[in-house]
Ligand binder design. Structure first.
Ligand code: PLP
Length: 448
């Protein structure tokens, strides 16, 4: 049995992200001690299938010795090298080059960060630099989407549309604007793809007008699939249509692939499937499969060259001590090798099985909607399918559903609005996918 003293130390000293500080005191922490493949083990020895790959990040699965070796080798040889002062390290240069080779279109220039929030945050700074360099400083308004999540940095959180990230902070985001989500299950224009796409185009154009026209708008941000908003999958063609509006109006289009990147929806980049090339693209999570922190942003040729021309021989003043960290880059290189050595393929097969399995839950009285692409999926629970009445949060708090799934040997994400999120490691076997579905059904049977 696990010692209670660690739980007490946690209560006393560790501040958890996006948690009720009082609730966390009362609930206690579940400590994980080891993991292998898609299975995690808690401090009581209980084994669970990690249906959420940590926080949608351990795409390769746990326990890859080759990743550990890559990190250890790099730590022994050169644990740190700054990328300031014209210095560099081989793994960072090689990873940038390998990624640029695989990124859609001319997204040839890679800036490494520590995670997704600072990757998004960095795009905001670079985009402002870009428009100033083009002599159009008035383009200083940014547009993103309701239910969107773009991280938790002081500036970048402005793009995030989830209320919990704003309540109580009182930070001004008057440069930041939102349009409604494409959320098909609860869309006032209905579920028809054409209607949803037309509504989004109209909403974006109207927002641009309200802001004083394209002369005022710097950029539009979209996730290929809205993750933290509840795994909201836009209709096919939606990204392409929004990209086209931005191109037509000379507004930069940023694809935030922090969740969708690196095989989560099938290919390395979801944008390839959407058949678009954004002006900038952000990644993190699957880049290192969560083994060490790292994020990145890609700049297309024209964004990079405009910033370079604007700066001339002056330094572009944006950087972190840990930009292009050699250990993270060495891990990134090995993870990339694994993706291409069968993981992406396995993820595609497992993703099809996961979607079919979750679809089979539609006969359950609580399942109102099933949605997803590849190894990124959600089911939405309702108490009345006809009326789409949401699960009452007071009677069925997310934590209770999470706990039930946990007891059934499954880690899922239980969102507050009765949505259950799935993002298992791409290495899942068929038996593990089937177990995810079966344990979900058991969890639903025990709910309400
Ligand atoms: N952008 C998206 C789309 C995300 O889903 C996330 C995190 O979930 C972020 C940005 C922020 O990334 P991080 O938590 O690594 O800072």
């Amino acid at each position: 049995m696990f010692s209670n003293s660690l739980i007490e130390l946690d209560r006393a000293h560790l501040i958890h992200p996006v948690a009720s500080y009082r609730g966390h005191e009362n609930l206690g922490v579940r400590v994980l001690t080891s993991a292998f493949g898609a299975t995690v083990t808690d401090a009581n020895g209980k084994q669970l299938i990690d249906g959420f790959a940590g926080l949608w990040c351990v795409n390769a699965g746990y326990g890859h010795d080759s990743i550990v070796e890559a990190a250890a080798k790099q730590m022994r040889e050169l644990p740190y090298a700054t990328a300031y002062f014209g210095l560099g390290s081989e793994p960072a240069i090689r990873l940038a080059s390998e990624l640029a080779d695989r990124a859609p279109g001319d997204l040839n220039h890679v800036y490494f960060t520590l995670g997704g929030s600072d990757a998004v945050d960095s795009t905001i700074r670079f985009i402002r630099y870009y428009w100033n360099a083009r002599g159009r400083p008035g383009k200083d308004q940014f547009i993103s989407i309701e239910q969107g999540y773009h991280g938790s940095s002081t500036v970048g959180a402005g793009l995030t549309a989830l209320p919990a990230f704003h309540a109580g902070f009182g930070l001004p985001f008057d440069w930041q604007h939102k349009i409604p989500s494409h959320y098909a299950y609860r869309n006032p224009v209905g579920t028809e793809p054409e209607a949803i796409i037309a509504a989004s185009i109209a909403a974006l154009k109207q927002k641009i007008e309200e802001l004083g026209g394209a002369e005022r708008v710097a950029a539009f941000y979209a996730e290929p699939i809205q993750g933290s908003g509840g795994v909201l999958v836009p209709p096919k063609g939606w990204m392409k249509a929004m990209r086209a509006v931005c191109r037509e109006l000379d507004i930069l289009f940023v694809a935030d692939e922090v969740i969708t990147g690196f095989g989560r929806t099938g290919p390395l980049f979801a944008c390839s499937e959407d058949d678009i090339v954004p002006d900038l693209l952000t990644v993190a999570k699957g880049l290192t499969s969560g083994y060490v922190p790292m994020g990145a942003l890609f700049m297309s040729e024209h964004v990079y060259q405009t910033i370079a021309d604007g700066a001339g021989t002056s330094a572009v003043g944006h950087g972190y001590t840990y930009s292009a960290h050699p250990v993270s880059a060495a891990v990134g290189l090995e993870v990339l090798r694994l993706y291409e050595d069968g993981l992406l393929e396995n993820g595609r097969r497992a993703g099809a099985r996961l979607m079919a399995g979750l679809e089979s839950l539609k006969d359950h009285p609580l399942v109102g909607d099933v949605r997803g692409r590849g190894m990124l999926a959600a089911i939405e629970l309702v108490v009345d399918k006809e009326r789409k009445t949401p699960l009452p949060a007071a009677a069925e708090p997310a934590r209770r559903i999470f706990d039930r799934a946990w007891n059934n040997g499954l880690v899922i994400r239980a969102f507050a609005n009765g949505v259950l999120g799935y993002a298992p490691p791409l290495c899942c076997t068929e038996a593990e996918i089937d177990a995810i579905v079966e344990r979900t059904r058991r969890t639903l049977d025990e709910t309400l």
